[in-house]
Design a binder for this molecule. Sequence first.
Ligand SMILES: Nc1ncnc2c1ncn2[C@@H]1O[C@H](COP(=O)(O)OP(=O)(O)OP(=O)(O)O)[C@@H](O)[C@H]1O
Length: 293
Amino acid sequence: MNDDRDGGRRARGVQRLGAQRLGGRRAGAQRRDARRQDALRQGASAAPGEAAGGARTVRLTKVYGSGDMAVRALDEVSVVFPAGRFTAIMGPSGAGKSTLMHCVAGLEDATSGSVYVGDEELGALSDRRLTRLRRERIGFVFQAFNLLPTLTARDNIVLPMTLAGTRPDGEWFDTVVRVLRLGERLSHRPSELSGGQQQRVALARALVTRPHIVFADEPTGNLDSRTGAEVLGLLRGAVDDLGQTVAMVTHDPVAAGHADAVVFLADGRVVDVMDAPTPDRVLDRMHGLGGRS
Ligand SMILES: Nc1ncnc2c1ncn2[C@@H]1O[C@H](COP(=O)(O)OP(=O)(O)OP(=O)(O)O)[C@@H](O)[C@H]1O
């Protein structure tokens, strides 16, 4: 992405997120259309945040173990996580959701097939470039937060940049911290924060690098329903207002209802993709697949 476009996206993102216009899906679609028109007026081929980013797999297969012990966790999975969209990944326990996320995030090697993050094919990258891509292009929000207990909230948020030897954009950092209401908590350690606050720190850490894609692994699993709804609203807002690409593994049909599309896995295969999901439709589909929903 060129610097001008990146700068424009940042400025618009700061404005939008700063104004906390984190609305519903229809409002989000209207804003995306406005961004596209905005971009077209500026001669760009795609809206800010949509030119780069996103991820996809082509016939991705992952086999754990070998011989009689072999487990085919993913079986020729071809799936797209479109740039600037919010995709949920669902399926019964053992369907391959975590494996898919870990392969796309470059945490696990594919047995065969390909994974692309933006334009980069992960299998073609050296270990060093893969490590860099993970730090700079991929954000993670895990159920277990994965915050370092000895670091303050501020240091946890900027950790990916500290590791990469870069510094956060101060304006962007301030915006993320303000929207996530962490301003008063930056000098606290994780043990001094509530579960919801820890989750918001984890989300701030995922957003602060402005990655190509944010992976959220059961981001609402440990939260009360109000805080869970808030986290989903923030992920939705990051997509609508910043063009962020989000992929979320969840068992919760209500959480999946915040996404633009749901990819259903069963036995390591994609068995369905649902656009504009509602909790009821997702629940029906999950019942059809068996296993827990
Ligand atoms: N490191 C591993 N070694 C061997 N088998 C594994 C490993 N990781 C996952 N598996 C197997 O691969 C299959 C897919 O597992 P995965 O964790 O991706 O499922 P999931 O859909 O995320 O399940 P859950 O909803 O229970 O978290 C399962 O049969 C699992 O036992």
